[in-house]
Design a protein around this ligand. Structure first.
Ligand code: SF4
Length: 93
């Protein structure tokens, strides 16, 4: 059902005929860690997440798994370095 409270026109699973069924009855604004994410949408000069009604909960156990501004650093950290090959490379052999 489409939201009629904070994000008018946006499809939302929490929106029911009786109103918003999310625990506070409305979405929460984004947190500081969300800055730069492409999923931020603005309504009434306030910033919300297009995916999560409570952005702070997405950061409780580390990085948000839907964040678009963290992709580069995640890929870099996934790259495994073989210490043996790295030492050979460093010595020029
Ligand atoms: S997807 Fe994650 S990082 Fe992006 S706005 Fe939503 S909660 Fe914040």
């Amino acid at each position: 059902m489409q939201c009629t409270i904070i994000k008018p026109g946006i499809e939302c699973l929490f929106m029911k005929a009786a109103g918003c069924s999310f625990h506070d009855g409305a979405c929460k604004t984004v947190v500081e860690s969300c800055d730069g994410c492409a999923r931020i949408i603005e309504f009434d000069k306030k910033k919300y997440c297009a995916i999560s009604p409570d952005p702070s909960s997405k950061w409780k156990r580390g990085n948000c798994n839907f964040a678009t501004h963290l992709k580069k650093t995640q890929k870099e950290s996934k790259q495994k370095i073989n210490p043996l090959k790295a030492s050979k490379r460093a010595s020029g052999k």
